[in-house]
Design a protein around this ligand. Structure first.
Ligand code: GTP
Ligand code: MG
Length: 170
């Protein structure tokens, strides 16, 4: 298609972090859903950015569905990990889920990881550097990674993040 080469992106993170809202905002306006509801299981979607055609696996972040994430590790050419920057109490849970993912043998070693410090518009949101510290991102050695503050409601930060990802995939 017009979007160029196809790449599979896995979108994970805790429930309510803003994964589905992020993906909606990355789609052309005419294809965006008005209402976003909590994801049940997962959804497959697509958008085009940076000369690539992204097929996105939008996983549910709810506890009972998190075991589904690993089913898509073998196909994932990139991962977007979304964090609610204002959800300080669950940062440790997000870190545990990240550590579990990073230790999984089916996740490709060179797969780039884009972290979105989402909901940066909320007054109590932590800065991206603080999220990076809480998740111990500096300890990630094998994967290229980047963290970008985002607001999925306005789209702020999303293009910058996805362009970084596209640069790692070209
Ligand atoms: P699950 O599908 O349950 O895993 O959640 P999700 O990560 O897909 O979250 P979803 O996109 O459904 O968003 C959850 C709620 O957060 C919704 O009410 C969104 O409108 C809201 N939200 C998402 N991104 C932002 C943001 O950047 N800022 C603010 N203020 N709210 C956001
Ligand atoms: Mg969702």
């Amino acid at each position: 298609g017009l979007g160029g080469r196809k790449v599979n992106v896995l979108v994970v993170g805790l429930d309510n972090s803003g994964k589905t809202t992020t993906i909606e905002r990355l789609k052309p306006r005419s294809k965006q859903s008005v209402e976003v509801a909590p994801t049940v299981g997962f959804n497959v979607d697509e958008f085009q950015k940076g000369g690539l055609e992204f097929t996105v696996f939008d996983m549910s972040g709810a506890g009972r569905y998190r075991s589904l994430w690993e089913q898509y590790y073998p196909e994932a050419q990139a991962v977007i990990f979304v964090i609610d920057s204002a959800d300080k109490l669950r940062l440790v849970v997000a870190r545990d889920e990240l550590d579990t993912m990073l230790a999984h043998p089916m996740l490709g070693r060179s797969v780039p990881l884009l972290f979105l410090a989402n909901k940066s518009d909320l007054p109590t949101a932590l800065a991206a550097v603080e999220i990076a510290q809480a998740l111990r991102l500096e300890e990630i050695r094998v994967h290229p990674w980047q963290i970008v503050a985002s607001n999925a409601l306005t789209g702020e930060g999303l293009d910058r993040g996805v362009e970084w990802l596209a640069g790692k995939l070209l």
